[in-house]
Design a protein around this ligand. Structure first.
Ligand code: FE2
Length: 373
């Protein structure tokens, strides 16, 4: 009940800053697609805040930066199967972390969920999470997708790759992220703005793997080859390829799945006309980021929170996340949709996610220095 009241007051603030509450789609205010629409999110929150019925299994209160339809369906199923009520507060990762810090012991949050390994580690470092070990989770999620102290557990992964025009670019023309900075791609590279955590983490991964100097040269080279000023979200870059504005784009794999399987005929066409290329396969690998969940330090419903992570990482929910949102599952037993299988196996970067968070500040500075809007 107390949580509902708090939720209501958050909603009042939320209404004033709708664009700022769209989860991992910071700059997607222009996007009308339901998967990224912040207005939808607001409506959902109002509904859940009004829903005052008590449920026998208690509740689990989640602060999440994930914003996908697939998640809502899985939450509903969890409620039905366990009798545990799921209360959701959506927000940008940084805002949710700030809120957890501000609320301290009085926070109603039981779980923090976000889409970036760096942010998960920032939450850990700020002492906002706690050990959420469970035998079931250990079995379902390989160690490489869990924090070393089990302060957060991976839920899915996504690669940030090169999307290309199937008409104008042959996969043989593509090779590495670095290659995109050569003259061959002058005026042909598309990317969203640098305020996107996705781009910041990509550059942070280059700082980790290649050092700051090379990472900065890369960002400079990309800016030099931009087809247009960065604008829109990941999906808008694929749309710009089809519109002929550029030939290649830096984007996350799951958006290609969402486009190819969209209800919107135009988006479906974009999904078909644009290919996915995994760069750096002979060297450092494709940038792979992780979405994950951590039980908050002052959780009042820790058992339910762990049950929820167990549910999300079980074969069934993992298969659903992959089928509906085109992310890669962390549970090896989960089934992937045909599209993801068709992309084939790929070599991902081998980096410590905690270092992504540590290098975020420098990455953001570099992006500003090189004029990546
Ligand atoms: Fe996203």
């Amino acid at each position: 009940m107390k949580f509902k009241k708090r939720l209501m007051s958050v909603l009042m603030i939320g209404v004033l800053s709708i664009g700022g509450l769209a989860g991992c789609t910071t700059n997607d205010a222009s996007n009308s697609n339901k998967n990224e629409g912040s207005i939808d999110t607001e409506e959902t929150k109002v509904e859940s805040a009004k829903d005052d019925k008590k449920v026998e299994g208690g509740e689990v209160n989640i602060y999440t930066a994930r914003h996908y339809d697939a998640d809502k369906l899985i939450n509903e199923k969890f409620e039905k199967e366990t009798g545990i009520k799921v209360n959701i507060v959506e927000g940008k990762a940084e805002e949710l972390i700030e809120r957890l810090e501000r609320e301290g012991e009085s926070s109603e949050a039981d779980l923090f969920i976000t889409v970036d390994g760096g942010v998960l580690n920032t939450a850990k470092e700020k002492d906002l999470l706690q050990d959420s070990s469970s035998e079931i989770i250990d079995k379902q999620v390989p160690e490489k997708y869990r924090d070393s102290d089990n302060n957060w557990i991976g839920l899915s992964t996504r690669a940030r790759v090169i999307a290309y025009s199937k008409d104008r670019v042959k996969p043989e023309d593509l090779s590495t992220y670095d290659d995109l900075t050569t003259d061959k791609w002058k005026g042909k590279v598309l990317a969203r703005p640098s305020s996107s955590l996705y781009n910041q983490s990509l550059l942070a991964s280059f700082i980790i793997l290649d050092g700051e100097e090379k990472a900065k040269a890369w960002a400079e080279g990309i800016v030099k080859n931009f087809a247009r000023e960065p604008n829109g979200n990941d999906r808008d870059q694929a749309k710009a390829i089809v519109a002929g504005e550029g030939d290649v784009a830096i984007m996350n794999t799951y958006y290609m799945g969402l486009l190819a399987n969209s209800d919107d005929a135009e988006e479906m066409k974009v999904g078909e006309a644009v290919g996915v290329f995994f760069p750096n396969q002979d060297s450092t690998g494709a940038h792979l980021n992780i979405s994950g969940a951590g039980v908050t330090k002052y959780s009042k419903n820790k058992d339910n929170a762990i049950k929820f992570i167990e549910y999300l990482t079980a074969k069934e929910a993992q298969t659903e996340i992959s089928n509906a949102n085109y992310e890669f599952p962390v549970n090896n037993e989960a089934e992937m949709p045909e599209l993801l299988k068709s992309w084939g196996e790929f070599k991902p970067q081998d980096i410590d996610y905690s270092k992504l968070g540590e290098n975020n500040k420098r990455a953001t500075e570099i992006l500003n220095e090189v004029g990546w809007k």
